[in-house]
Design a protein around this ligand. Structure first.
Ligand code: MF3
Ligand code: CO
Ligand code: CO
Length: 248
């Protein structure tokens, strides 16, 4: 249960890494069109990270992960491996998850992208997923238990006929991509108290159907067991002396 608090120097360096991750997500947005493959999207992100930002794509080689970003389409929950054989089609929703290492400091952010005209139910799922983070953030401040995050996300999601994925969680981040503490996105009673200098992600995965997930034979791609749509957004926050700062 040991986690690291960040000092001002750490925070400044984390912010540089965050700026790069955010820029890459913005840069890739103009390429998200019917017919492009997720493999090509990966390569564009890779080149932007390495050549333009002189940074490293943290997923590449992480526990043997083969690509530079994760791209999770439709019923893929997370960790989708970019693939030259998967061409985006009208109506697809996809999460692109960008994790950067710059000067030994990490950042991690993701959002949903839409291909052509998506269904109303897909758009609603994405909006509710994103809103659940902002709802929880209203309660985030120093000296409050970290379980407030999952408890409030669950309180919000309970208003809809959706489920929260339990097998994957948010995490501390800084000199490592994944640090303590774990951030659960569902009701829990973790007794870790938020303190100024904590930096962590909130990245709920919300499904239209059941919360059950399965890992594909590639060892990475996580899908919903019932093939229902899944959405995810990922933000990074810093606990400060008032409440929090949204880093990305
Ligand atoms: N971006 C993922 C996260 O949010 C981790 C990606 S590392 C990979 O924690 F190896 F799974 F790609
Ligand atoms: Co993350
Ligand atoms: Co991520």
């Amino acid at each position: 249960m040991l986690y690291l608090l960040k000092n001002n120097e750490d925070i400044n360096k984390i912010k540089i890494s965050c700026y790069i991750a955010k820029e890459v997500l913005f840069y890739i947005s103009k390429y998200i069109k019917e017919g492009i493959s997720t493999g090509e999207i990966n390569d564009i992100c890779h080149n932007r990270i390495v050549k333009y930002h002189n940074a490293y794509p943290a997923p590449l080689g992480y526990m043997n992960y083969p690509k530079s970003v994760c791209i999770s389409v439709n019923d893929t929950v997370c960790h989708g491996i970019p693939d030259y054989n998967y061409l985006l089609k009208n109506g697809d929703i996809l999460n692109i998850d960008v994790s950067i290492c710059k000067n030994n400091y990490y950042s991690d952010t993701s959002k949903m992208f839409f291909v052509g005209k998506i269904s109303k139910k897909a758009l609603k799922l994405c909006n509710i997923t994103h809103n659940s983070i902002y709802y929880a953030l209203k309660y985030v401040k120093k000296n409050v238990s970290i379980n407030i995050i999952g408890n409030k996300i669950q309180e919000y999601i309970n208003n809809y006929n959706y489920s929260i994925v339990k097998n994957y969680c948010g995490h501390g981040i800084g000199k490592n991509l994944h640090e303590e503490p774990q951030i659960l996105h569902y009701k829990n009673n973790s007794n870790i108290i938020m303190k100024p200098g904590m930096v962590f992600t909130i990245e709920p995965m919300i499904n239209i159907g059941s919360s059950k997930t399965i890992v594909m034979k590639d060892g990475w791609t996580v899908k919903t067991k019932d093939k229902s749509l899944s959405a995810q957004y990922e933000h990074m926050i810093l606990i400060n002396n008032n409440n929090y700062e949204l880093l990305i």
